[in-house]
Each structure stands twice: as C-alpha cells, then as structure tokens.
Design a protein around this ligand. Structure first.
Ligand code: XMP
Length: 327
C-alpha cells in the first residue's frame, strides 16, 4: 500500500538519537503543536506505553492543562501500571488526567469467553466505547492526540495492526495531533528520556493492547488473572535484573490445573509459564538462555507467594511454530 506524502518521513530529517537532537526535536514539536492547536483542547488515550506517554508528555509541554489524557484501566494491565500513569501524568506533568476504572465492565463482558480473537474484539470494542463516552462528557475538544510512530505507518498491515481492533467512532470528529509520527522506536525513547519520563516507561518492553487478557489463557477468571499479574511482576523483576534483557519476557497462565501437594495433602493448582523471546520484527522469535539460578529464584518466589499456583514452567518454543503470546 502506498504511503501518502504527508505521512512520509522527510528525506532530510536527521535521526533523533542524541540528547541535543531530542531537545531540538522537542522545541520544534512544541512550536508545531501550539501552532496547530492554538487555545484548543486535545484529548488523548493514555495507555502508559512508551508511544502514548511520549506523545502526551510532548503535548502537555506545549499546551499544559488543555491536554486531557484519558487512562482506561481495563483490569488487564500489569502490576503497578495504572498507578505509574497517575503518578507521572497526574503529578509530574501539567496535563488533565481522567482515570477511568472500567475493570468490572471489561471483566463482565469477558466472562466465559474463551476464543482468543473474540476476547481481542471485545477488549478493542469496549475500549473504544469507554473512550468515546469519556470524550462526549468533555466540552470543546476538537483535537485527538495519537502516539502513532513511523513503523505504525510503514507496517499498517503488520502483526500489531492484524491483532488490533482499532479506530474511533466517526461521530467523534477530531483533528489528529501526531507529534511522533515520523520517529522510529529508538528515537521515541530518546525523546522520552529528554522529556524526563521515567526509564521504566521509556524502556518498557512491548505489551499487547489486550494486555494480560491474551496471557490469561481461555475464559478469564478474576482469581487466575490476579495470580497471573503477581507472577508476571516477579518474572519481570527477576529477568529485568540481567545485564542484557530479552526483547520480551513475561508470564502466561494456562486454564488447566495439575496436582500439587501441601501439608501432606494433594490439591489442584495452576501452572504459570515463563516466556522470554528475542526478535527483530516479531515475525520470528528465538528463546534466549536464562540462567538456571534466575529461573529457580522465580520459581521459589512464585510458589511461595502467588495464590493458587503450584507449578512453574519455562516455554522453550520458538516462533514459528509457536507464537510469542499464548493466544
Ligand atoms: P505473536 O503472539 O503474534 O505476537 O507472535 C507478536 C507480537 O505482537 C504482540 N501482540 C499484540 N500486540 N495487540 C497488540 O498490540 C495484540 O492483540 C497482540 N497480540 C500479540 C506480541 O506481544 C508480540 O510482541
């Protein structure tokens, strides 16, 4: 598919890979956003991912409280994520932050749904509805901020686009503000650091839109989801200490139980799966070696602290034939 001229990165544009170039880029974009938006209001769906966070930080630097960030907590975020978004954008940056607790709404809709693509569709559709409802509550918003980056434009039919159920309802007739649309990921991170975003946000590993929803295999239950969130935090903490971290590392929780033993009694518990992969483009992926002592620490912490889990597995499968995610 041909890319339109306005969506083509200018040939003369320098790669934004140093602090100085990032500062220059920020200055230019702040001026461009002010020129485009004037005293108008911009609405932005803030997931806490690096792209939307950098976009939000840039726009808030340009127009302050005229940026309204909406953070939808759908209950499928990783441990600590909603809190971090509220901390950074509610306190550190001068934007308005609307936090929407939509946990029950999403989990009720997902109850008893086990087919992965149906789960994705429900999460995508519900997200748009929640966001549109919030947008309609706000007066005088004419612009929509979006953290589109250049690979999103180049790969508009790629893996991510294939999975995501995107778009906004047409009756929300906004003009787009996309300050990072010509940047590659490493450049977005460089700008994020120069804007003062925390490293944890800037160097986050990729996280799918449907979040833990596609890692809580089969029909999501609240207790299994909570155990997944806890186990995932342990996996990320321990593997995150390695000098070189894999491209993506996380946890999945299958929807079967197996026998465990506690105080001499047998019982049925869940197994969690440690997943770590390296890839360049997410089309193929290999599995890096994780030091045995790190795996054992993860196992010990999970079985000692995560409710309902009695088994820890390591997924050796490469892509293909397996996909990176379990669903
Ligand atoms: P798979 O599982 O297809 O994943 O090998 C490839 C990459 O895409 C991410 N992924 C998603 N990203 N929405 C997203 O935004 C999704 O529904 C989705 N499913 C998978 C996955 O984390 C990996 O980086």
């Amino acid at each position: 598919m041909a890319i339109s001229k306005e969506n083509t990165r200018p040939a003369e544009m320098e790669r934004v890979v140093t602090k100085e170039l990032a500062e220059k880029f920020i200055e230019e974009q702040v001026a461009a956003i002010r020129a485009q938006v004037k005293d108008g209001k911009v609405l932005l769906a803030l997931s806490g991912g690096v792209d939307s966070s950098v976009c939000a930080a840039l726009i808030s630097k340009a127009i302050g409280k005229n940026l309204v960030c909406v953070h939808v907590n759908h209950g499928l975020l990783r441990k600590g994520e909603p809190e971090q978004v509220c901390e950074v954008f509610g306190k550190q940056f001068d934007a308005q932050l609307v936090y929407v607790d939509a946990v029950d709404r999403f989990l009720d809709k997902l109850k008893d749904v086990s087919e992965p693509e149906t789960k994705r569709k429900i999460i995508g559709k519900e997200f748009i509805e929640v966001f549109a409802e919030e947008a309609k509550k706000l007066e005088g918003v004419a612009f929509l901020g979006q953290g589109t980056i250049y690979p999103d434009i180049l790969e508009s039919d790629g893996v991510k686009a294939h999975h995501n159920v995107g778009g906004l309802p047409e009756d929300l007739n906004f003009e787009l503000v996309e300050p990072v649309k010509f940047l590659y990921k490493d450049e977005v991170r460089c700008v994020g650091s120069a804007l003062g975003l925390p490293d944890e946000m800037v160097y986050r590993q990729p996280f799918p839109g449907p979040g833990l929803g596609v890692r809580c295999v089969g029909a999501i239950t609240r207790d299994r989801l909570e155990s997944l969130r806890e186990a995932d935090a342990i996996v990320r903490e321990e593997i995150g200490k390695l000098p070189v971290t894999p491209w993506q590392y996380f946890c999945a929780i299958p929807d079967f139980t197996s026998t465990g033993i506690k105080d001499g009694k047998r019982y049925m518990g869940w197994a969690v799966v440690i997943r770590a992969v390296n890839t360049v483009d997410a089309v193929t992926a290999t599995v890096p070696e994780i030091p045995w002592n790190v795996l054992c620490t993860i196992r010990d912490r999970i079985v000692a602290t995560v409710p309902g889990v009695n088994r820890v597995l390591f997924d050796l499968s490469e892509k293909p034939v397996a996909t990176i995610e379990w669903e």
